[in-house]
Design a protein around this ligand. Structure first.
Ligand SMILES: O=C(O)CCC(=O)C(=O)O
Length: 299
């Protein structure tokens, strides 16, 4: 198979229509972005140690509020012109998602592939046991949680890690608020320190598994992070092992988020089923070497 064919990625529209196939960014496009990225601030040592202890962290003003507002404007344009293209999980999760927007909108690529955002991811996934790690970009998704009365629903308590065919932990999601958000718009909640609890297993449907109902012992033995108010440009980051949820949006405003996923470059592919990985023809037992998952984060 040629590199050209291998780099193609495809998604299913929610309404089942055929949708275009999207290309991974080329090496030279990624290099071009590295010369002109969206400005992203670094994490502090306090933020790193909070994340390591708690499995999540809030990063105020990770990007500027003005830049976030520009992304929110683009999000409205995308919403008006493209059907949501999503993995099944997003369709179950109470919000609508446009996956891999970086592959067709350069402005989003300038954030998701920004070396400074990659560095934030690499720093947060590093720890005393694995040591210093490097981060691969793995996904990016524009997420709209509509007001509850027009269909937005709660995102149930779940772990991301269970669903990914990776042989080790460290994967994380940077969840960037593109609009100002009060907790009643559905900002993220985390079971504090749950990244150290282990994996709670697969459920028959992708996200149809409210872990706090299935395992009452989790809530009995842990605390939940406080409701978070976020300014546009603030972010939360969570470890893929951290149990998290987001309530429904009870306001009349849309909750726009840009979520970027990163995986440790040392992780190896297990061959487990996953809709986004199945089509990539990755060799089992090897590190993830694919044009859609370039190395973007070092420090
Ligand atoms: O935005 C949400 O409601 C949930 C997002 C989520 O579960 C995730 O980014 O892992």
């Amino acid at each position: 198979m040629s590199t050209q064919e291998m780099s193609k990625d495809e998604f299913t529209a929610e309404d089942g229509r055929d949708v275009p196939r999207y290309q991974a960014l080329s090496r030279s496009e990624i290099e071009k972005i590295a010369e002109n990225p969206i400005e992203v601030r670094d994490v502090t040592e306090d933020e790193r140690s909070f994340y390591y202890e708690h499995g999540w962290v809030k990063l105020p003003e990770l990007i500027s509020p003005e830049q976030a507002a520009e992304f929110a404007r683009l999000a409205e344009e995308i919403e008006a012109s493209e059907p949501p293209l999503a993995l099944p999980a997003h369709q179950d999760a109470g919000f609508r998602a446009w996956s891999q927007v970086s592959m067709r909108h350069e402005e989003f690529a300038r954030l998701c592939y920004a070396p400074n955002l990659g560095k934030v991811a690499a720093k947060l996934m590093s720890n005393p046991y694995f040591g210093k790690r490097q981060a691969l970009r793995s996904s990016d998704t524009l997420q709209r949680k509509a007001p509850e009365k027009t269909g937005g629903a709660p995102t149930d308590w779940h772990q991301d890690v269970t669903y990914f065919p990776l042989d080790r932990d460290g994967m994380l999601v940077v969840w960037i608020a593109l609009v100002d958000m009060t907790p009643d718009m559905g900002t993220m909640r985390f079971v504090d320190k749950s990244h150290h609890m282990g994996r709670f297993g697969l459920s028959p449907s992708f996200l149809d598994n409210n872990l706090l109902d299935v395992f009452p012992g989790i809530a009995e033995n842990s605390t939940i992070s406080p409701p978070l108010t976020m300014r546009a440009g603030d972010a939360t980051v969570h470890d893929a092992g951290t149990i998290h949820s987001a309530p429904s949006n009870t306001t009349d405003r849309k909750r726009w988020v840009y979520a970027c996923g990163y995986i440790p470059a040392d992780a190896r592919y297990t061959g487990g089923k996953h809709p986004a990985y199945d089509r990539l023809n990755l060799p089992v037992g090897e590190p993830l070497n694919h044009p859609t998952m370039p190395l973007v984060g070092t420090f």
